[in-house]
Design a protein around this ligand. Structure first.
Ligand SMILES: C[S@@+](CC[C@H](N)C(=O)[O-])C[C@H]1O[C@@H](n2cnc3c(N)ncnc32)[C@H](O)[C@@H]1O
Length: 306
């Protein structure tokens, strides 16, 4: 667990005091500078531990979960207005989880990440791909914040997985994503921890989800992490203290901007193959909380109708 002195609320309070001491008008810039702190912590963390990233996360070896992700991307592909020449951008691509799936689905992909070490891990995998797929990949070393400088309306899919909860404020990302999207394109938010206030589990599932959470915690503790002792828990996820990422916020802004967003929620912070197995054997109608299920289906429906 992060040390108590290393929490985001402490960092925020310290930042506010320092800004106020220097110049009270600088308080307004606090949000922005907290994002810079988050960016710096993330860059350092992933440069230090990037080579262990896939060992550390058991879900990379979970075929059920991989199938879910691929399924989401296939649905998105089918919902796009064009079948050929589709372009995607994977923001905070890491070792290439979504990037590689998108390449295999025939997309041209721009993969962006703040950590050179994570990009080096991606490159190792890309070296094993057939040449016609590698030709379709462009790798960019930089922060999500630099996406503002990319040409507008140039991507059919703007996606990310497990990056929003590493940002202090993720709403600006959605605005940038909207600008990057061509009309009829889709924003995909994969694997984000849903905000605690939105985690309403279907009544029938309460005992089951309690069990899943327990299995998750046990597996996370005893199975996936014990192999990689070098990795330390460090405070790189500001959204953990804020309660998680709000699907509602994405959906509301998405509707306001008339943008199709797919938000793939994560019930709790840690997932294990066992938990995903249980999750997968449930009928879909029981699996998802209404807001999520309805929106998920609606979003694609809307883009098909256009
Ligand atoms: C939890 S990993 C997820 C990687 C990959 N998307 C996946 O799902 O496996 C978070 C990734 O986001 C990157 N990242 C964190 N903050 C970022 C930022 N502000 N801009 C760009 N990348 C960032 C990290 O370097 C890391 O590779």
């Amino acid at each position: 667990m992060p040390k108590s002195t290393d929490t985001w609320s402490n960092a925020r309070a310290k930042e506010a005091t320092e800004a106020a001491t220097r110049d009270p008008s600088k308080l307004a810039q606090q949000g922005n500078s907290m994002n810079q702190i988050a960016q710096k912590r993330n860059r350092e963390y992933y440069n230090k531990y990037g080579k262990y990233y896939e060992k550390y996360h058991a879900y990379f070896r979970n075929p059920l979960l991989m199938r879910q992700w691929r399924g989401n991307l296939e649905e998105i592909k089918d919902a796009l207005p064009t079948t050929e020449g589709n372009k995607a951008i994977d923001c905070g691509c890491g070792t290439g989880l979504l990037t590689l799936m998108l390449l295999r689905l025939g997309f041209s992909v721009t993969a962006v990440d703040i950590s050179k070490v994570m990009l080096a891990e991606l490159q190792k995998k890309v070296n094993h791909l057939p040449g016609h797929l590698t030709e379709n990949l462009r790798v960019v070393h930089g922060g999500i914040e630099t996406l503002e400088t990319f040409p507008k309306s140039s991507f059919h899919v703007v996606c990310e997985s497990s990056v929003m909860h590493h940002l202090d404020d993720y709403i600006p990302y959605l605005n940038i994503a909207n600008e990057l999207l061509i009309p009829g394109g889709v924003v995909y938010i994969g694997r984000e921890p849903l905000h605690v206030k939105e985690q309403r589990v279907h009544k029938i599932n309460v005992p089951l989800y309690a069990l899943i959470c327990l299995i998750d915690i046990l597996c996370d503790k005893f199975q996936s992490r014990t192999n990689v002792k070098e990795v330390r828990d460090e405070s790189i996820t500001p959204q953990r203290e804020k309660g998680g990422v709000s699907a509602k916020a994405f959906i509301e802004l998405g509707e306001e901007l008339e943008m199709r967003v797919l938000f793939r929620r994560l019930y709790n912070w840690h997932r294990s193959p066992q938990a995903f197995f249980l999750d997968n054997i449930l009928p879909r109608s029981l699996r998802y909380e209404k807001l999520w299920g309805t929106f998920f289906d609606l979003a694609l429906q809307k883009s098909r109708d256009r």
